[in-house]
Design a protein around this ligand. Structure first.
Ligand SMILES: Cc1cc2nc3c(=O)[nH]c(=O)nc-3n(C[C@H](O)[C@H](O)[C@H](O)COP(=O)(O)OP(=O)(O)OC[C@H]3O[C@@H](n4cnc5c(N)ncnc54)[C@H](O)[C@@H]3O)c2cc1C
Length: 382
């Protein structure tokens, strides 16, 4: 039987996240975005309420919940504000390859730091010359006694300015392509780690995005993720099976916010003697928004449920991420259309949501990359 009913605990968690979004996120979202304010205190408050990093197991101080519970919370946080959701989720993304590939000692130190102390972390894989094509990365680490010496640079790293530690993907064998890549946990205060300036992004401007560079950075060999070289690429990619349902949930929440604003506005604004939503062209636009949002949520839940049941969800997570990201862009664009001229002004929330939607089609694997993954999966063995 397929059951779309949430259980009591899941409903309570979703309500808690929704109330947090209403009380703590929505009242600040416009200011955070327009003034590029990193929502540090709100992230701390969300952590204290038990809304972040739900996938860290009880063994390491976390709540040990599933991806299904995480997507419920993440839809609500992004409904509050997509920039907040991205900023708050950066740590969970960095934890994913630690959960899937690290040694018990590494998990004990770095996951517990996040779960119990509210430490922040960043996932550092993309480089100035290597985004979609991760295997083209040039950052490298060379073993020197019981340390590695790392040189190179990373680009577009969410939360870099506030991270306590980084998951970094680097080549330990320059001639072995993606098979020569290893994962490292790098403490943020390590000498030789340099932060770039905060990027002046189009949207989600409260989220901190920066380049980082490594200049003869020394990393203890015990911080090689999993304790062995190579396998880093596979581990970093596996992290996406855990994270993409959550990014899909962010896109769903962001689209839902834009749709709800539009529905409300369309009942207040009158043209040609009747409310906007009485015009069939507008009503059909609202209907299409709602259908796409419902479909986004179902794909998101399916990919989260697959992950939690131990079913390989690479394809279902790609469907969810691609469809909901594209939906967020389409729905927010239509939301601006429903508002007319007022939608084009930052006085109303839909402009911020439209700017915030664009990056959903770019990060965590662009919409083109998701199609490449789906194409690879469906043509396997043909
Ligand atoms: C705000 C923001 C936050 C980010 N946060 C992080 C982070 O925390 N950690 C991290 O590691 N990275 C992060 N990224 C990086 C992000 O994952 C990359 O930007 C993304 O993977 C795309 O890489 P790129 O920008 O180099 O584009 P490119 O790879 O150069 O691609 C350019 C365009 O070409 C398309 N394209 C590329 N190859 C193909 C192909 N074979 N077929 C068809 N189309 C193709 C892409 O879809 C894209 O539209 C972030 C980016 C942004 C903008």
């Amino acid at each position: 039987m397929v059951d779309f009913q949430l259980d009591e605990m899941q409903e309570m968690l979703r309500e808690l996240a929704h109330e947090f979004a209403v009380d703590e996120i929505r009242p600040n979202a416009e200011h955070w975005d327009l003034d590029s304010v990193y929502p540090k205190e709100a992230i701390k408050a969300a952590h204290e309420m038990g809304l972040l990093n739900l996938h860290i197991s009880e063994e390491y101080g976390g709540p040990g919940l599933g991806t299904m519970e995480e997507v419920l919370v993440n839809e609500e946080l992004a409904w509050g504000d997509p920039g907040f959701a991205t900023a708050a989720y950066a740590t969970a993304l960095a934890c994913a390859p630690v959960i899937t590939g690290a040694t018990d000692e590494q998990k004990e130190k770095y996951l517990r730091m996040v779960a119990e102390d509210g430490a922040l972390a960043s996932y550092a894989v993309t480089e100035p010359g290597a985004g979609s094509d991760v295997a083209a990365c040039k950052t490298h680490a060379v073993k020197d006694g019981d340390e590695y010496v790392m040189n190179g640079s990373k680009m577009w790293i969410t939360g870099a300015g506030y991270a306590d530690w980084f998951f970094v993907l680097a080549k330990t064998d320059l001639d072995a392509g993606y098979k020569g890549m290893s994962g490292f946990i790098v403490d943020a205060n390590s000498p030789g780690l340099n932060l770039g300036k905060k990027e002046n992004n189009m949207g989600q401007r409260c989220s901190d995005t920066r380049s980082i560079s490594f200049d003869d950075l020394r990393i203890p060999a015990e911080n090689l993720v999993g304790g062995s070289e190579s396998g880093g690429w596979m581990n970093a990619m596996k992290a996406f099976d855990m994270s993409r349902p959550n990014i899909a949930a962010h896109a769903t929440g962001l689209a839902r916010a834009a749709y709800e604003h539009s529905l409300q506005y369309s009942s207040e604004r009158q043209t040609f003697g009747k409310p906007l939503h009485k015009h069939q062209a507008i009503q059909f636009m609202l209907a299409d928004m709602k259908t796409k949002i419902e479909a986004s949520r179902m794909l998101t839940w399916k990919s989260a449920s697959d992950f939690d049941r131990g079913v390989l969800n690479t394809e279902s997570a790609a469907h969810a991420k691609r469809f909901s990201a594209d939906t967020a862009m389409e729905v927010t664009t239509d939301a601006v259309q429903v508002y007319g001229g007022y939608g084009y002004s930052e006085e109303y929330p839909v402009a911020r949501l439209m700017r915030g939607a664009k990056v959903m089609q770019i990060y965590e694997g662009s919409s083109q990359v998701q199609r490449m993954i789906i194409g690879r999966e469906i043509t396997k063995g043909l």
